[in-house]
Design a protein around this ligand. Structure first.
Ligand code: C2O
Ligand code: CU
Length: 467
């Protein structure tokens, strides 16, 4: 695998910069900046080699203008700079793109019916927005998601902050599984009895569509390792063997205080930014591992090359905080959100796919699916007001709960010490009650759902309306 140096990175961002053509000084004066040329994202079916069994057919992905029918491209954006993408759908079913974690206008959020029409076969949709926050984010369809995401459509977004501290190299990891049989072909996407529990696990684990890939990085250097868990089901417990790894950001936002990586739980939809101090000796290998379950699994490896740069993680400047409004806790209104199982049967047929079951509910209401006539919002919020979600998990399972369009701050938990993390996805443990505060500063209807896609699609979805 190629050596990812600062120089190569700069080259890559020069290419990405081509999308920035047309950005003038207007922004400095508060005028709207000219929209850049859209990045082409063509949704298509392809095939790829994921296992020794040979080529896997019926993979879904987006190809960029260069056409490479492989893993969805890592999209690079710049904080505060306009970005545009044109989705062209050549799949034989409708699709959309949701920009997970980006606080952008509602009509760009990619949720069929709620924020935009389906993008049918042969049609296009233009997305254009300015990402307000720097960090690691990701993108995926919001239509027939168990199939489209399960078969490949999960990609990483890096939003750069030109003021970020300098690393010696950067590695981006898109972590996901595939449900393949021994012949390397897709098997049933889920089992109902598992959907009613943890969700159905994949059979083949990959990082960047490879099993246990190894990347070269400068010996003794500081590597920014950006990890996105884009799997539809799997929760990871991450650990680094053979190198010092420091957590610098979670879900795109800098952590209030850096800490060493040690069995950190990261669920579907979440991201983790690590500063990895590479070993000094040439050829030494550091291994990112998943310790959840019985035997540790290797996710990816980093190999030291060259003579040691002798860097020190303590020298790394802090990441700038993202401009997320702080909730006013004295006036904040409380909204109770109870995650539970349900016996009520709700699913309705939807063009974006139904799994045909309802197992889960939010405040006792199982989400029926994407329809033109959804259930009432969980709550109607006033623009600019502060709110506290009192989230309670009365199920024996862990749920990564994701809010679209706004980021919240974790205030407290009934079961553990929490940092005041700013995030869009909280991994709520069995029997945990947690308080999440935010300012309703983005107009529109915003989904709140579990990011274990089988849970989302069998009832654990709701939405808030900001007016
Ligand atoms: Cu990644 Cu509705 O979410
Ligand atoms: Cu869940």
């Amino acid at each position: 695998m190629p050596l990812l140096t600062r120089r190569n990175l700069l080259k890559a961002s020069a290419v990405a910069g081509a999308y920035g053509v047309g950005i003038g000084i207007a922004g400095k004066f508060g005028l709207a900046e000219a929209a850049p040329e859209p990045q082409v994202l063509k949704a298509l079916k392809t095939q790829a080699t994921l296992t020794d069994a040979g080529v896997t057919k019926n993979i879904m992905t987006w190809a960029d203008a260069q056409g490479g029918a492989a893993m969805p491209p890592v999209l690079r954006m710049t904080k505060g700079k306009p970005y545009a993408a044109r989705l062209t759908n050549t799949l034989d079913e409708p699709t959309t793109i949701h920009w997970h974690g980006l606080r952008i206008p509602n009509k760009m959020d990619g949720v069929p019916f709620m924020t935009q029409p389906y993008v049918y076969t042969g049609d296009s949709f233009d997305y254009a927005f300015t990402p307000p926050d720097a960090g690691t984010f990701w993108y995926h369809p919001h239509c027939n998601t168990l199939a489209q995401m399960g078969q490949g459509m999960t990609g990483v977004i890096v939003v750069d902050d030109p003021a970020d501290p300098t690393f010696d190299s950067e590695v981006v990891l898109n972590l996901r599984d595939w449900r393949l049989g021994g012949d390397g072909q897709f098997i049933a996407a889920f089992r109902p009895r598992d959907a009613a529990k943890t969700g159905t696990y994949g059979t083949v684990r990959t990082a960047n569509w490879h099993q246990e890939p190894q990347y070269d990085a400068p010996a003794g250097g500081l590597i920014r390792l950006r990890i996105a868990v884009t799997d539809v089901t799997r929760i990871f417990s991450l650990k680094m063997e053979g190198a010092e790894a420091t957590v610098i950001a979670i879900d795109g936002n800098p952590v209030p205080k850096r800490f060493p990586l040690d069995l950190l739980l990261i669920g579907p939809g979440q991201r983790l930014d690590l500063a990895v101090r590479m070993p000094d000796s040439e050829g030494a290998v550091a291994t990112l591992e998943d310790i959840r379950g019985t035997t540790p699994k290797t996710i990816a490896k980093l190999r030291s090359v060259g003579t040691s740069l002798k860097r020190n993680v303590g020298d790394l400047a802090a990441l700038a905080e993202n401009p997320v409004a702080k909730a006013d806790l004295s006036s904040a209104e409380k909204i109770s959100v109870v995650l539970s199982a349900t016996a009520e049967n709700a699913p309705v047929d939807s063009i974006c796919g139904t799994l045909g079951y309802s197992f889960w509910a939010i405040n006792k209401v199982p989400w029926p699916g994407d329809t033109s006539d959804p259930t009432a919002p969980l709550s109607e919020l006033k623009l600019g007001k502060s709110y506290i979600l009192q989230l309670e998990n009365v199920t024996p399972h862990t749920h990564p709960i994701h809010l679209h369009g706004m980021s919240f701050t974790v205030l407290s938990s009934s079961t553990r010490e929490v940092m005041p993390l700013v995030t869009d996805t909280y991994l709520v443990q069995p029997d945990e009650k947690v308080q999440l505060a935010f300012v309703a500063d983005n107009l529109g209807d915003w989904l709140l759902h579990c990011h274990i896609i089988e849970h989302q699609k069998t009832g654990m979805t709701s939405y808030v309306r900001v007016v």
